[in-house]
Design a protein around this ligand. Structure first.
Ligand code: NOJ
Length: 538
């Protein structure tokens, strides 16, 4: 675990602890439960887990509403459980990053309780207060479906407080040096427990300034640089991953000159993978890659297909959003805010070919991929649950009671297991797929293993391979010592594409072992087929 650029080669896996495995039959997944499933994750081959928030919280936003930064939500376990988990993961060569929620706390946090009840409390200035709700009018509302304003009147305080998300999540005031220092202390606390870094939540919104949209402000970057320099000085090799749902040119500054974030999610590439697959045309994908700026050599994009939120459509045009909704969210209850609250497999009609194709793009495009728990077995969703809960249902381990997730009586489960004939645990579960060599789980495991054998996927350059067929996304990933050609037929029709000249080199198909000789001039692709070829000197 020595290489400080480990995150460039890593495959990440997002775990919703409450949904993963319940060790004590109370109906909630927990840290000891996750520990018991580390063997599964090791066998899958993932390198780093991202734990969604595990802090004490009233769970009005699934833990993104923190009531104490220095502890563990009791239903998830204890700090000792956490330490044991980190140790056990490290013993298996698996790293752990966790959410660092800088922007806001829960309204149940003692800081907010003290702030609202006493204007002279030092905590008053931990939050953003005003006598008027007319400030910062240019800041958009993010949770459009539930919130009417970013200001909420607090009876106790007799003032409005500022919040970018739910009203139960008051924003911290980063103009207060005490807040700045406190959050660095939070980072220190967890890094001292041995974690490998943070996925930093809701990064663009730390500061507010009149006359701006209150996103990506210079003050925000200045603070983040301080955080990075602190981490760098005291905890080299640990990473900061930026959640900024922005256009690439606005995410670019979060990498700084290699002195801000190590990694940033590539939000806009995600919907374009879905667009390209539905259209059978690489144009949307090509467009966004063209508009993705270079990043410092120490930095890395993080790519994903789905996560615990709605599939966000903030980074597309209005017209594209309407189209995506029509195509991928035909029923109104599939939509939320500016997005789609569905999982990967149902989005792609449980069509194994398109699910594989999407994963192949995820694993071969520039960046380090992150998988969302359950997508490796093609889990479904439950659109009848509210908010984003439909994509946060219990992991389906087997076809036993509660899908093997918990031994509690079903009415105690934090949310019901998926029940439907296509994606219920009778059909979709880990045990069944482990036993089936041809399962999606085994295919994803294979993709991860192949990716790890080829450093060019994580660190290599990217270049399109020219061909006139828009239905085929073909590109090269290359390092001097490792050269790969990846082909994706995005369409439902068979396609043939010319192969670039490759004198003196054979093309080795990583999945099938087939070898194409130096003279091979063309590649035939079945509908939705993908091929990963490795160039080899003959
Ligand atoms: C982004 C997180 O991904 C989302 O789940 C959460 O609701 C907001 N930030 C607020 O913390």
């Amino acid at each position: 675990m020595q290489d400080s650029y480990w995150y460039k080669d890593a495959v990440f896996y997002e775990v919703y602890v409450r949904a993963f495995f319940d060790s004590n039959a109370d109906g909630h997944g927990d840290l000891p439960g996750l520990l018991q499933k580390l063997d599964y994750l090791q066998a899958l081959g993932v390198d780093c887990l991202w734990l969604m928030p595990v802090y004490p919280s009233p769970l009005k936003d699934d833990g993104y509403d923190i009531a104490s930064y220095y502890g563990i939500q009791p239903v998830f376990g204890s700090l000792d459980d956490f330490k044991e988990l980190v140790e056990a993961a490290h013993a298996r060569g698996i790293r752990i990053i966790m959410d660092l929620v800088l922007n806001h706390t829960s309204d149940q946090h003692p800081w907010f309780q003290l702030a609202r009840s006493d204007p002279n409390s030092p905590y008053r200035d931990y939050y953003v207060w005003s006598d008027s709700d007319q400030h910062y009018k240019d800041a958009r509302i993010i949770f459009l479906d539930t919130e009417k304003s970013n200001w909420t009147w607090d009876e106790v305080a007799g003032q409005y407080y500022w919040h970018r998300f739910y009203a139960s999540q008051p924003d911290l005031n980063y103009d207060n040096p005490a807040v700045q220092a406190e959050m660095i202390n939070v980072a220190k606390f967890w890094l001292d427990l041995g974690i490998d870094g943070f996925r930093a939540d809701a990064i663009p919104y730390l500061f507010e300034r009149e006359g701006t949209n209150c996103e990506n402000l210079p003050e925000t970057h200045a603070y983040l640089k301080q955080l990075r320099s602190y981490v760098e000085r005291h905890y080299p090799g640990r990473i900061l991953l930026c959640e900024a749902n922005q256009w690439p040119q606005d995410v670019r500054p979060y990498f700084g000159e290699g002195d801000e974030f190590h990694m940033g999610f590539h939000f806009p590439v995600m919907p374009r993978i879905f667009m390209s697959i539905h259209m059978g045309d690489r144009t949307p994908l090509a467009w966004i890659l063209e508009h993705t700026p270079e990043i410092p050599s120490s930095c890395q994009w993080c790519t994903f297909l789905r996560n615990h939120d709605e599939l966000t459509l903030e980074m597309v045009t209005e017209e594209e959003r309407q189209w995506m909704w029509q195509v991928y969210a035909p029923e109104p209850r599939m939509r939320l805010n500016l997005g789609i609250r569905r999982r990967l497999a149902p989005l792609l009609d449980y069509d194994r070919r398109r699910i594989e194709l999407a994963n192949s793009l995820l694993f071969t495009l520039p960046g380090s991929p992150i998988l969302y728990y359950g997508d490796e077995i093609g889990m479904g969703d439950n659109i009848w649950l509210t908010d984003r809960n439909g994509v946060r249902t219990p992991m389906q381990w087997n076809d036993g009671p509660n899908a093997g997730f918990s031994q509690a009586t079903p009415n105690l489960l934090y949310t019901p297991v998926i029940e439907d004939p296509i994606s219920g645990p009778e059909v979709v579960n880990v045990a069944r797929q482990q036993a089936d060599a041809g399962s999606l789980l085994n295919l994803i495991r294979r993709m991860i293993a192949l990716r790890k054998q080829h450093p060019a996927f994580g660190r290599g350059s990217f270049a399109w391979l020219q061909n006139d067929c828009e239905a085929v996304a073909a590109f090269q990933r290359a390092l001097p010592e490792d050269s790969l050609w990846c082909f994706h037929n995005l369409s439902a029709e068979a396609q043939s594409v010319p192969l670039p000249e490759h004198p003196g080199q054979a093309l080795y198909d990583l999945f099938t072992g087939r070898v194409l000789p130096p003279s091979a001039g063309q590649l035939d692709l079945e509908p939705y087929q993908y091929v990963w070829l490795c160039l080899q000197q003959v």
